[in-house]
Design a protein. Structure first.
Length: 156
């Protein structure tokens, strides 16, 4: 998928990863809400780029950027464990599905929903920046209400 965005400064680039992660979370929420009798679960963003169900990682988001000929080029990647219950868990297992041959959430449906959400969120980001999505991102952020420690080398 190729998307051309107009990004005026490099200061906006880190937010693209947040937009992608939020789009994935929103897509999973929308699809899972349509599954009758599904167990409720929260897919959360563990900063900066991991996706967790409870304490188990089910995916991640990576964005890589370069600057060439006066413009930023960004490659966005998403890995999400939809149906493989190993090595941790997957979206369908988190929903409470016990029969892997009858998983209600398919990779194809999830990809379509992620791209729909990403398209809408990137349009908002291009027009208005990250601020309109900030509250939704923080509501889906694993670290809300937590105390975190950042380390760099031997400094904390």
């Amino acid at each position: 998928v190729i998307q051309h965005l107009v990004i005026s400064t490099g200061q906006q680039l880190p937010f693209l990863q947040y937009v992608v992660a939020l789009s994935v979370v929103q897509a999973v929420q929308l699809l899972c809400a349509r599954v009758p009798q599904a167990k409720s679960f929260d897919l959360k963003v563990k900063w900066p780029n991991d996706l967790y169900v409870g304490e188990l990682k089910v995916g991640g988001v990576l964005c890589n950027s370069s600057y060439r000929d006066g413009q930023f080029l960004v490659a966005m990647g998403v890995g999400l464990n939809v149906s493989n219950r190993e090595p941790t868990t997957c979206i369908n297992a988190a929903l409470g599905c016990t029969d892997p041959t009858d998983d209600p959430v398919t990779s194809e449906a999830l990809l379509a929903e992620i791209l729909n959400r990403l398209d809408a969120n990137l349009a908002t980001f291009t027009r208005e920046g990250f601020l309109p999505m900030k509250a939704s991102y923080l509501a889906n952020w694993l670290h809300s209400g937590q105390r975190v420690m950042l380390e760099e080398g031997d400094q904390t």
